[in-house]
Structure formats: C-alpha cells, structure tokens
Design a protein around this ligand. Structure first.
Ligand code: GNR
Ligand code: NI
Length: 182
C-alpha cells in the first residue's frame, strides 16, 4: 500500500467539485486503501480524495478512537469508505464541535452543523448503504462531504479568522518548499 502526500490549503484542487464514481471497481478499492493508509498515518479521523489530489466523490473515515468508552482501539478499528455519498436528511437540531483539517494543519475552530444526518452511499463493494449518524461521525461525514464540494471548515468562520488562517497556511507552504529545496 502507498501513502500519498496531503495537499495543504490554499490549493485549487481543494476548491473543485469532485466527480461521481461511475463504477466501483478494483481501482476504486485501491484508492480507498491508499486513503485509509494515508489517514491512519497522518493521523486523522477522515480523509477525502481531493485532499490527495484525486477529484472523485470518495471519502474514508474511522471515528472509533473519538467515542471509545475505555482506551484507544488499535487502528484500523472501524474503517469506513463512502463512495458517491449523499445526505438524505439532517436534523434541525445543531451541534458545535471543534474541527481541524489535515489540509489546514494545527488550526482548530468551532463549527456549528446539523447534529444528526442520514447518509446514503456506496460501500467498497459497490453495495448501497444508508446510515444515521450523530456525534463525531455526523460531524466528520459533513466535513468530508464538504471537501467533495470544494468547501473547507474555515468557510464557516468569519472573514477575519479565515484570512488569518489562510496567510498562516501560505507561510507554512513557503517554509515547507524551502526545507525541501535544502
Ligand atoms: O482528523 C480530522 N479530525 C477532525 C476533527 C473534527 C472535525 C473534523 C475532523 S476531519 C479531520 C481530517 C480531515 O481533514 N478530513 O478531511
Ligand atoms: Ni478536512
């Protein structure tokens, strides 16, 4: 399996709308495996294909560590792949969670979203699935689905905060590029 570099904001590929997967096949499953490996290594609880520069409607998540009653499970504890996901219902009730993003490292801000969702998707075998989620799974799935539509969690913040975070990320990218050249 292979780990892929994660794109850092700002990057035009993080702002595009990803394309639906036409058929779930071995290539899709290879992509899912690479995404899971990249997500666990990061480490993160979710990863969307555009974050590794692949503009397909695919994301992976494993939120098992965040709601464990006792201790941290060993990854991969609960890997889930969602292909062509669609939110078919969301609650009027909202919840606030402090969010972060692997494409915006070390920045954490509160975001308000619907507390519960029903989501329909294809699994890695192409089977139709429908799940109702709340808590961190609902937050994570909404954050990942946003990535498939070119949206980032900083878009929910005020423009002053968003601009400040974007400047910090530009600086981080300049420094990383310099380090690489050394
Ligand atoms: O690892 C991640 N943690 C996280 C925490 C709160 C809300 C959303 C997330 S998703 C993030 C990984 C990521 O950037 N996925 O796109
Ligand atoms: Ni993210």
């Amino acid at each position: 399996m292979t780990r892929r570099p994660i794109l850092i904001h700002p990057d035009p590929r993080l702002r595009r709308t990803a394309d639906p997967v036409e058929t779930v096949n071995d290539a899709t499953r290879a992509l899912v495996d690479e995404m899971l490996e990249t997500m666990y290594a990061a480490p993160g609880i979710g990863l969307a294909a555009p974050q590794i520069g692949v503009l397909q409607r695919v994301f992976v998540m494993d939120c098992s560590g965040r709601d464990a009653e006792e201790g941290e499970p060993e990854p991969p504890a609960d890997p889930v792949a969602l292909i062509n996901p669609e939110i078919v219902w969301f609650s009027e009730e909202t919840a606030v969670e402090r969010e972060g993003c692997l494409s915006i490292p070390e920045m954490y801000e509160d975001v308000t979203r619907p507390a519960k969702i029903r989501i329909r998707y294809l699994d890695r075998d192409g089977g139709e699935q429908e799940q109702e989620w709340e808590g961190i799974r609902a937050v994570c799935a909404q954050h990942e689905l946003d990535h498939l539509n070119g949206k980032l969690f900083i878009d929910y913040l005020g423009s002053v905060k968003r601009t400040m975070i974007t400047s910090k990320m530009k600086k981080l990218k300049r420094e990383r590029a310099k380090d690489k050249a050394k």
